[in-house]
Design a protein. Structure first.
Length: 148
């Protein structure tokens, strides 16, 4: 078995199908769900058939012969992490120089509800509606209907 890749996540838990998409192991979420349902993914050494199984720090995910260790995002890369990444670079030579960058889940920015977008702003310069010649009945408050 090969050495485990460390995956650092900012937000936990993450669904198993989303983790496969985040790591670019699959092209789409549908493909990830299909592979999980067919038993191609192992979580903590056991085949996992739950597509939306929650994955936490400390869990290991195995897919396609590769092992991924999920860890909590620390914010800083330690010297030991950098040395581990150099050993991966020795195994895989590429023309492009690769830097060690932890894989992080993009955070979802909340938009304030009280600041509507300018495209959805209501138009206020409407002309007042022309009054109808018919007047409302004082008792009922309804306009009269004329059948004639």
């Amino acid at each position: 078995m090969s050495q485990a890749f460390v995956v650092e996540l900012e937000e936990q838990p993450i669904e198993l199908c989303n983790l496969l998409k985040l790591l670019d192991l699959v092209e789409s979420g549908g493909q990830a769900k299909m592979l999980i349902a067919d038993g191609y993914v192992a979580l903590n050494g056991e085949i996992c058939l739950q597509k939306r199984k929650k994955v936490y720090a400390g869990d290991t995910v195995e897919f396609n012969g590769q092992l991924f260790q999920v860890a909590e995002f620390s914010g800083e890369s330690t010297e030991g992490d950098y040395q581990d990444s150099e050993s991966f670079e020795d195994d895989y030579k590429d023309d492009d120089a690769a830097e060690y960058q932890p894989v992080t889940e993009p955070s979802k920015a909340a938009t304030p509800a009280n600041n509507p977008s300018p495209a959805k702003a209501k138009k206020t310069d409407k002309k007042p509606a022309a009054k109808n010649a018919k007047t409302k009945d004082k008792k009922t408050g309804r306009k009269s209907i004329s059948f004639g």
